[in-house]
Design a protein around this ligand. Structure first.
Ligand SMILES: Nc1nc2c(ncn2[C@@H]2O[C@H](COP(=O)(O)OP(=O)(O)OP(=O)(O)O)[C@@H](O)[C@H]2O)c(=O)[nH]1
Ligand SMILES: [Mg+2]
Length: 419
């Protein structure tokens, strides 16, 4: 197993949202998720960033000594490194040196299974590398310079920047083709106008476990970060008989590399299409407020901050002192405390979802002329038909219908609303 030394960095002149302990613990979770053995995790607090090494030369030497002593293969910095800083550090330390963004990209490349997921990760990786290239060419070793590759001594093969740009364009075109294909299949699925609920949240909050609890999705779940990359949608019948679609998608992270958000925008369309978001939060994690903030800022970046949202305060089974649960419940509005794993209180979440959609639905009785038989079929597809009576004066239909659809059909003069 590759042995890594983690360097968690705080630069005093940077704007800090996170405590250094939290940055450091998350870097460790990311490293473990990338499959490396963490030999040591050191904290490095600096007055200001330097152009050549990010940190002071003295600190670099200290890191070099630890790395030699512990026989380290890879050094992972919690802070982004410029191309120059990375090269200088690698040359001085004589070991492969990567930053947090590269580590995250690495985890994503390991997890990507679908062709679309793989292309999105490759696009994010190339976009990350392009501005870091100096001169005319790039060492191919850098293209795969993450975990599991050899490091500075590796065979150096020149690749032209133009070739990379061409590849980026090709990937963008192919991803767009996938997106269009998915939109059509999606439209077919949503042809019957079923409401869509999207599970969003920090990575590892328990989104997939919740989807599995609610449906027979059979999603893979794990304590490792970014287990789910590809979206998955499932049908769910609410207790009142209403069908909805519920979908799971890629998790968010504090300072998620911008290129990844860009590359994954197609996948995240499930979220933009949703009628309701369920924000899954892990109440057992001390960083819950930071996680909440991070999710809010990704939603903001995606232009989705105003979507209706329910909070699912998950992993209640891990909280011994139940008085905390009330504190969280009061703090997060429109929230339900539950455990996706044990199933406790999941019913309350289902009820909240049902209540939300019921508020948007109308119970109506209408009459249509016999000559408009096609409307019966239309209502069967677009609404929930409770009863049909064929009367002499027309067809009487009792149905539940969304307010949105009602405003559309109310323009049809043949449809008479009785009550
Ligand atoms: N104790 C406890 N563990 C839970 C609960 N829900 C999820 N977990 C565990 O938390 C870990 C992460 O769960 P996932 O469902 O994979 O999380 P996710 O949000 O889908 O994560 P990503 O796909 O990585 O974004 C797994 O080890 C789950 O078993 C819960 O209610 N209680
Ligand atoms: Mg998941």
């Amino acid at each position: 197993m590759e042995k890594a030394l983690l360097v968690s960095i705080q630069i005093k002149t940077d704007k800090h949202h996170w405590r250094i302990e939290d940055i450091s613990s998350e870097l460790e979770e990311l490293a473990v998720s990338a499959g490396v053995e963490v030999a040591d995790n050191i904290i490095c607090i600096c007055e200001k960033a330097t152009a050549n090494y990010l940190i002071g030369k003295g600190k670099v030497e200290e890191i070099g000594l630890i790395a030699a002593e512990e026989n380290i293969d890879t050094i992972i910095f919690s802070h982004d490194l410029s191309g120059t800083q990375q090269r200088n550090l690698e040359d001085t330390l004589g070991r492969k040196t990567i930053d947090r963004t590269q580590l995250i990209l690495d985890i994503f490349s390991r997890r990507a299974k679908s062709p679309e997921g793989k292309m999105q990760v490759e696009l994010a990786l190339l976009e990350y590398l392009l501005p870091r290239l100096t001169g005319k060419g790039v060492m191919l070793s850098r293209l795969g310079g993450g975990i599991g590759t050899r490091g500075p001594g590796e065979t150096k093969l020149e690749v032209d920047r133009r070739q990379i740009r061409r590849r980026i364009d090709k990937l963008k075109t192919d991803i767009e083709a996938f997106r269009l294909h998915r939109l059509t299949t999606h439209k077919k699925r949503r042809g019957n106008n079923l409401p869509l609920v999207a599970l969003v949240g920090y990575t590892s909050a328990g989104k997939s476990t919740l989807l599995n609890r609610l449906t027979d999705a059979g999603q893979t779940t794990s304590e490792k970060l970014f287990t789910t990359l590809d979206p998955l949608s499932k049908n769910l019948k609410l207790p009142n008989g209403q069908d909805i679609i519920i979908s799971d998608t890629v998790g968010f992270l504090h300072e998620l590399p911008h290129h990844l958000i860009e590359a994954f925008k197609a996948t995240l369309e499930e979220v933009s299409d949703a009628d309701l978001l369920i924000h899954v939060l892990d109440v057992s994690d001390q960083r819950i407020h930071q996680h909440n903030q991070a999710v809010q800022s990704v939603l903001d970046e995606l232009g989705l901050k105003d979507k209706p949202i329910l909070a699912a305060l998950n992993k209640m089974d891990l909280i011994a002192d139940r008085s905390w649960l009330e504190v969280y419940k009061n703090e997060f509005k429109d929230s339900v405390i539950l455990s996706a794993k044990s199933g406790e209180n999941v019913d309350a979440l289902i009820e909240s979802i049902q209540r939300y959609f019921s508020g948007l639905m109308l119970n109506l009785k209408i009459i249509i002329p016999h000559s408009r038989m096609e409307l019966v079929d239309f209502f069967y597809r677009q609404a929930k038909v409770d009863k049909i009576d064929y009367l002499q004066e027309g067809i009487r239909i009792s149905l539940r219908i969304s307010r949105e659809l009602f405003s559309k059909i109310s323009k049809d003069r043949d449809i008479k609303v009785i009550c």
